[in-house]
Ligand binder design. Structure first.
Ligand SMILES: Nc1ncnc2c1ncn2[C@@H]1O[C@H](COP(=O)(O)OP(=O)(O)O)[C@@H](O)[C@H]1O
Ligand SMILES: [Mg+2]
Length: 374
């Protein structure tokens, strides 16, 4: 008889958007590789992962080879977090290790030290018996191992050790190694890559990609994310096919009788209408007219303003009798200013989606497409 495949238990990461990308979270009791350049957000992600575990009452262990416990705590504190409920094992060279008596330190790679490091890792895991482990980072282990063969052996040994221990493990890697990354990818059950890009203009852009996630489907491709005081915020890529909702066809009136007559009532709902014209021809005003008419009927309308400040928009509208300020105050119309230099396309798509799904917006104005594209 065929054995029914059991649904693997998930391990939430504490980052909602990431869990969404992963189809509900990491699969429990497996080993994952998180790689990315320094500053890409690995430590922050790992900290959120362990804090989520602690919140759920799981035992959590942070093994740090790159930062001291103090630095780790300071990093967490900058987000307003504590690491209560997270055991930290620091394997950074201590001051006395650097003294004359002992030449066995992180900064003097040697076989002895590699074994010592591994021994201390295993000892800590056996003692604490954690459900979640973070190893930050493999780059130091690679340095100690010196040869890629020894390094791979160490990783395989770690993997063997963790299998059957009911432990979900994140191995962080700085990508400082050369050529051995693919080997690592083949050892881990899943691989998530974090990237930080500097566009020609505007703030840094961050994105992540699940390169591999054994035994389950996930949302492929790049997903934009940011790092805020509250931590990583991941904006899962929008997949249009997942968002088909049935609705009753109707038209959208502008409240300007002649215009509505001209358009047979107005543009059909569920469609997008492009307003085109040179500067000053009235595109923004017309769009605001539609939004304000909808808001006055009690439908929620949202305007994303790339090009104009809120004050200008309000002043301009009120001068021609469109009460934007009043509608805003009454909560019927939302105007959100967007600075395209500071926002990734993924985050903008997320804002639009939230306006529709959470705030139930029925009319959406994006002013202008040029602003959006840039
Ligand atoms: N409190 C904070 N608020 C917002 N962003 C932060 C904060 N602390 C750190 N960051 C951002 O996160 C980045 C560091 O992420 P980190 O997880 O330490 O990277 P990694 O471990 O990959 O080197 C910093 O470069 C900074 O841009
Ligand atoms: Mg780090």
């Amino acid at each position: 008889m065929a054995k029914a495949a059991s649904i693997p238990e998930r391990c939430q990461t504490g980052i909602q958007g990431l869990d969404d990308v992963l189809g509900g979270g990491l699969i429990k009791d497996r080993l994952y590789l998180i790689d990315g350049d320094p500053g890409s957000g690995k430590t922050t992600l790992a900290t959120q992962f362990l804090r989520e575990g602690a919140r759920r009452g799981e035992r959590c262990l942070y093994i740090t080879l790159s930062e001291t416990e103090e630095e780790l705590m300071a990093g967490a504190a900058s987000h307003g977090w504590t690491l209560d409920g997270v055991d930290i094992v620091e394997l950074v060279a201590e001051a006395h290790d650097l003294g004359a008596e002992s030449q066995v330190t992180m900064y003097h790679p040697s076989e002895v030290e590699l074994h010592e490091t591994t021994r201390r890792v295993l000892e800590a895991v056996e003692r604490i018996n954690p459900g979640r482990v973070v190893f930050d980072s493999l780059s130091e282990l690679r340095l100690l191992a010196q040869s890629s063969l020894r390094y791979r052996r160490q990783i395989l040994a770690l993997k063997q050790f963790f299998i059957g221990r009911h432990c979900t493990v994140l191995l962080l890697d700085d990508k400082t190694g050369q050529g051995s990354d693919l080997q690592l990818h083949s050892i881990a059950h899943g691989v998530i890559t974090l990237e930080q890009l500097a566009p020609v203009y505007g703030g840094a852009r961050r994105r992540l990609r699940v390169m591999k996630f054994r035994g389950t489907d996930y949302r492929g491709g790049y997903h934009d994310f940011t790092i805020r005081p509250e931590g990583l915020i991941v904006f899962p890529r929008l997949v249009a096919a997942e968002h088909h909702e049935p609705f009753v066809p109707s038209v959208l009136a502008s409240g300007v009788a002649a215009l509505d007559d001209l358009l047979g009532g107005g543009p059909a709902r569920g469609t997008s209408t492009l307003l085109m014209g040179p500067a000053g021809s009235g595109k923004s005003t017309l769009a605001i007219q539609y939004a304000a008419a909808a808001a006055a009927r009690g439908e929620r309308a949202v305007v994303f303003a790339f090009d104009e400040s809120l004050a200008t928009l309000e002043a301009r509208s009120s001068a021609i009798g469109i009460p934007v300020a009043t509608l805003r105050r009454d909560g019927k119309l939302t105007v959100q200013q967007v600075d395209p230099a500071e926002m990734s396309p993924g985050e903008f798509a997320f804002l639009v989606r939230r306006a529709v799904e959470v705030e139930h917006a029925r009319v959406m104005v994006i002013d202008s497409l040029n602003g959006y594209i840039n």
